[in-house]
Write a protein that binds this ligand. Structure first.
Ligand code: NAD
Length: 298
């Protein structure tokens, strides 16, 4: 069997960012202002600082105004809620993103609930989860929406295909399963208590791995020709003499590539899609706030 095709998320994400950039420029000309994204970071978590910095840069590159709010780790819940209320009212802000995880003592659910659902470009608010669940237009979490774009680009119509989603988190697994059902796939959600996981994965035409366990999914779990989307980002312990370990996904990539029909690499697969979809969601929010229909082709 030939080696699986690589699903290049980096290339797809770059093209999406270019389309968002063109539409953001058209919006700015029409509205007299750029679409705006407010990113709130509480505390000094190093990974979160990197993510927030990357989001700010990506916004500016796409012609989206970025408003960064960096708050100390001992910020009170009342102070954070009052900032969110200000951002809810701010007409220059179309999207609000609070970087997770929050420091201990801050109630993540209460903070997400305070965001105006029409500015919730992460799609984490229960109103947006509900909209997705009943098929109404709303914001869909960026990572699963990015996975869906890659799948549709690769496979076209997903009707009747068997899909297995491994992982049931609110930000990846559950919305991913919902999107697949909406695309007429037959969906199984597997998780930490699932029995005979390998047998279940072996039935799937589409495998979505969102677990957070390095290289857990082996080649002999995969149906020949299946499409494999690896959401996992795991850092291995460093090899001797190296400062940092390698990044790997939840799928044993090299061996799975011998069996699958198409597969996303880690890094360079799903990862780049997440920020590109965040920009896309912010642009859609800006159109909504201006009373315009969402731009097509995004
Ligand atoms: P999570 O920890 O919230 O959820 C993990 C899920 O895996 C849980 O639902 C759990 O039931 C399941 N699980 C755990 N052990 C299992 C096992 N042995 N067998 C089957 N299922 C098992 O994680 P998450 O936030 O959904 O993220 C999952 C992975 O995706 C992580 O590696 C994370 O870093 C990565 N991630 C990547 C992006 C991206 O942009 N590419 C975005 C979000 C998350």
């Amino acid at each position: 069997m030939p080696e699986a095709a690589l699903i290049d998320g980096k290339v797809f994400a770059e093209a999406l960012r270019a389309r968002v950039g063109a539409a953001a420029a058209a919006f700015a000309q029409w509205a007299g202002r750029r679409p705006g994204l407010a990113v709130v970071l509480v505390g000094e978590d190093p990974a979160s600082q990197v993510y927030v910095g990357a989001k700010g840069k990506a916004c500016e590159a796409a012609g989206i105004a970025s408003f960064e709010h960096r708050l100390p780790a001992d910020t009170s819940e009342a102070a954070l809620l009052s900032l969110i209320e200000r951002l809810n009212q701010d007409e220059a802000v179309d999207g609000i993103l609070v970087q997770m995880p929050l420091p201990q003592g801050l109630d993540e659910q209460a903070i997400i609930a305070a965001i105006n659902p029409d500015k919730d470009v992460d799609g984490f608010h229960v109103i947006n989860a509900g909209r997705l669940s009943v098929g109404q237009a709303g914001f869909i979490p960026c990572t699963p929406l990015g996975c869906m774009m890659l799948l549709k680009d690769r496979l076209g119509d997903l009707s009747g295909l068997d899909a297995v989603v491994i992982g049931r988190s609110n930000i990846v697994g559950k919305p991913m399963a919902q999107l697949l059902v909406d695309a007429n796939a037959t969906v199984t959600i597997a998780h930490s208590r699932t029995k005979n996981l390998a047998d279940i994965v072996r039935r799937a035409d589409i495998v979505i791995a969102a677990v957070g366990r390095p290289e857990m999914i082996r080649a002999d779990w995969i149906k020949p020709g299946a499409t494999v989307i690896d959401v996992g980002i795991n850092r291995l312990p460093p090899e001797p003499g190296k400062e940092r370990g390698r990044l790997v996904g939840d799928v044993a990539f090299a061996e799975a590539r011998e069996v699958a029909g198409a597969i996303t690499p880690v890094p360079g697969g799903v990862g780049p899609m997440t920020i590109a979809v965040l920009l896309r969601n912010t642009l859609v929010a800006a159109h909504g706030h201006a009373g315009l229909p969402a731009p097509e082709g995004l």
